[in-house]
Design a protein around this ligand. Structure first.
Ligand code: FMN
Length: 210
């Protein structure tokens, strides 16, 4: 175990919470299956509506799979950027950066919403609330993953891209139609310390307290 990891293993809870940061560039050093399984186990301990765990995870470590996903998403993104009126050079630069970010991460996890085991309601309003609960809990699961990575001494980055091209991700990864890709989490050891985003004070966060 490296010194850094040994130190991280003894971090207390608030150190882990405060220390986690979004990392967007990684070293090539691979992650072990055990490290990734701990990240996934942490996701599984997240709170969820009715305890049904309405999420499943796709894990990609092979260069071929990461490249296939990045290429498919990139293709659709190019079309979306062109629709937004961006010029060819900008589109090429943004595509290359995003492609590099995905393919150079030692591991990529695609968290998917999985609603099949949730309650069904006859009215749209309650059904929408049920889905919202599932999405809320997917966020909890992803946060657990990021914290579990950081606590083990490596880092994660959150990309929202799959949410904007769910069908493309499903096709590229040959996923079941019941899986809704919601994010892409890149995992690995940070290439450098990223810039820290400042946080609002607790007083600024409290809307009302009596
Ligand atoms: C739902 C969600 C979507 C995000 N999507 C992206 C993204 O597409 N690309 C990105 O670089 N960061 C993304 N992030 C990361 C945020 O930019 C980051 O968490 C925020 O700037 C705070 O920085 P920190 O995570 O280092 O504390 C996303 C975060 C969340 C919660």
């Amino acid at each position: 175990m490296s010194t850094r990891r040994a130190k991280k293993a003894t971090m207390d809870f608030m150190q882990i919470i405060r220390g986690r940061r979004s990392v967007r560039a990684f070293r090539a050093a691979p992650l072990t299956r055990a490290q990734l399984e701990l990240v996934l186990e942490a996701a599984g301990w997240a709170p969820s509506p009715h305890g049904r765990q309405p999420w499943r995870f796709v894990v990609l470590t092979s260069p071929e799979a990461k490249g296939r996903l990045a290429a498919a998403m990139g293709q659709q993104w190019r079309q979306q950027l062109a629709l937004d009126g961006q010029d060819e050079a900008t589109i090429n630069a943004r595509f290359a950066q995003s492609h590099q970010r995905i393919t150079s991460a030692p591991a990529v996890i695609v968290p998917c919403l999985y609603l099949e085991e949730l309650d069904r309601y006859p009215d749209a309003e309650r059904q929408a609330a049920e889905t919202t609960m599932a999405i809320q809990s997917l966020g909890c699961a992803i946060q657990n993953m990021l914290l579990a990575a950081y606590a083990q001494g490596f880092d994660g980055g959150w990309m929202c891209a799959p949410l904007f091209c769910q069908a493309t991700v499903r096709t590229a990864l040959e996923l079941d139609a019941a899986l809704q890709p919601h994010a892409l989490i890149t995992l690995g050891y940070a290439a450098r310390d990223p810039q820290r985003r400042p946080r609002k004070s607790v007083a600024d966060l409290v809307a009302h307290w009596e």
